[in-house]
Design a protein around this ligand. Structure first.
Ligand code: DQA
Length: 147
């Protein structure tokens, strides 16, 4: 089985970016922890970050036929991108939406997620742990699908 971990804009700055909101864990640490988990559970895992909406969409489209689950933090595109939502609807790969911060406890404009209606579930507010939990949620789903 294969998992794609997708990170949206500004998440490359994790560690130094508003640490009170997003924590001090860097993106490389998050990716490394997930890679270790993947090794332990015998799953293939690839991580990709982009600051560009189209690049995220290209990567999602390229995962059709070779990816069984997606862990996705679309960052600010969560709240704006109909294009990313349409892409997720089109590719039909089970996806878990992850946010480090609790988007529902922040500014009004962060309360709405364009992608929430088309993903398997959303994890928000648990910091870097959210990615680990999303990984385990996908493993459960793989087991159900006999992967
Ligand atoms: C975020 C929350 C978004 O509102 C914000 O634009 C981000 C990060 C999070 O992980 O908490 O860039 O997705």
């Amino acid at each position: 089985a294969k998992i794609l971990v997708l990170h949206g804009p500004n998440l490359n700055l994790l560690g130094t970016r508003e640490p009170d909101v997003y924590g001090r864990t860097t993106l490389s640490q998050i990716n490394r922890d997930l890679a270790l988990l993947a090794d332990r559970f015998g799953v293939e895992l690839e991580s990709f970050q982009s600051n560009h909406e189209g690049a995220l969409i290209d990567r999602l489209q390229a995962s059709v036929g070779n990816t069984d689950g997606i862990i996705f933090n679309p960052a600010a595109y969560t709240h704006t991108s109909i294009a990313i939502r349409d892409c997720l609807s089109a590719i039909m790969i089970p996806t878990i939406e992850v946010h480090l911060s609790n988007i529902h406890a922040r500014e009004e404009f962060r309360h709405r997620s364009m992608i929430a209606p088309v993903v398997m579930g959303q994890i928000s507010g648990l910091g870097a742990l959210g990615y680990t939990l999303a990984f385990h949620a996908l493993l459960e789903d793989f087991a159900k699908r006999g992967l």
